[in-house]
Design a protein around this ligand. Sequence first.
Ligand SMILES: [Zn+2]
Length: 346
Amino acid sequence: MQMRTATLDYPFDVRPAPGVSTLVAPGVRWLCMPLPFSLNHINLWLLGEGEQCVLVDTGLGDAVTRGIWSEFFVGFERSGERLEQIVLTHYHPDHAGNAEWLAREHAVPVWMSTAEYLLGHALLTETAGYDMPNMVAHFRRHGLDEARCEQFIKRGNVYAKGVPALPREYRRLIDGDHVTLAGRPWEVIMGYGHSPEHAALYCSELRLLIAGDMLLPRITTNVNVPATTPEEDSVMRFLQSVRRFARLPSDTLVLPSHGLPFRGVHERITQLQVHHAERDALLAEHLSQPRCATDLLPVLFLRELDMHQLMFALSETIAHLNHLVHRGRAQRLVGADGVIRFVSPH
Ligand SMILES: [Zn+2]
C-alpha cells in the first residue's frame, strides 16, 4: 500500500526562533525550543495575554532551554505579562522538563493528568518497575544482544537528565474536562498509546487543537510498550485515540508538538491509519518462521539507530507485534532461552 500523499495545509512556513513567539490564533502564541536529538525542536504554546497567561508544555530541562526561558521571561514580565498556570500534555522530558522549575519561579500551579504525573515521578525515583534494568530485561526478552543491553544500563536514568524534578502537587486533568484557560473554554481529550494519559486540548471557539504528540504532521507518533505492561496493544490504543479527533471540524488548526501547525485533521487521521496498517502488513510478511522483535527491527526501521532511537524503535516494533497478536495475526511464543518470538498462526 502506498502512503497517501500529504494533503495537509500549513498556514505557517517557518517555526519561530528559540525564545521568539509567533501569533497563530487570537491570544495563542507559538514558541519553539531546541532539542539535542534528531528531533531537533519542540513547539510550546502560550495562551492569553497580560496577567492571565497559560503555558502549555515547557521544553527539555537542560541549561540551553533554561537560558532561553530566563531571557524570554525578562521581556515578558517587563511588558506587564504574568504566567497564571502551566499545563502539561504528558510526562516526556521535552514537555515536562521545566515544569517544576517554571512553576516554582513563577509561583503557578501545574495542570496534568494523574497517570502522567505518577509515571514521571516513578521514572525519576526508579520505582514501580520504571527503571533501566527492568526496561533492559524487557528488551532482552525481545532478543536484544548483551552489548546493547549493557549500553542502555550505562546510560543510567536518562529521564532524570531531561527532567531534573517534577512538581510535588498538581491540578488533575480528566478526559472530557471543560477547563478555562486564559479566559477561554477548552476541552481535554485524553489519548493513549504514546504515553499513559496524554492530554490534548481543544478550543471550539478558536477551532484549535493543541495536539501534543498525538497528531504530528510529518513524522508519526512513537507508539510504545513499556516493560511494566509488556503485552499492551498500544497501536490499538493509539488508533482509537486519534479517531476521537475525527469529530473536530475539518478546518481545525492543529498545533502539534513537533513540525508546523496544520489543517487537515481528517486527512492526517486517515494517513496514520494507513501507515500503521502498512507496518502491520510488513511485519506479518516476515513471520513465516518465529522471529523476535530485535530481528524484525530492520523490517520497520531501515536506518542506522543510535541508542536513543533504538529505545523508541524497538518498543514500537514490540507494539506492532503485540497488535498482530491481539488481532489474531501472530502468535507469541516464549522459547527455552526466555526470548519472546512471534510467528504467523497459519
Ligand atoms: Zn511524547
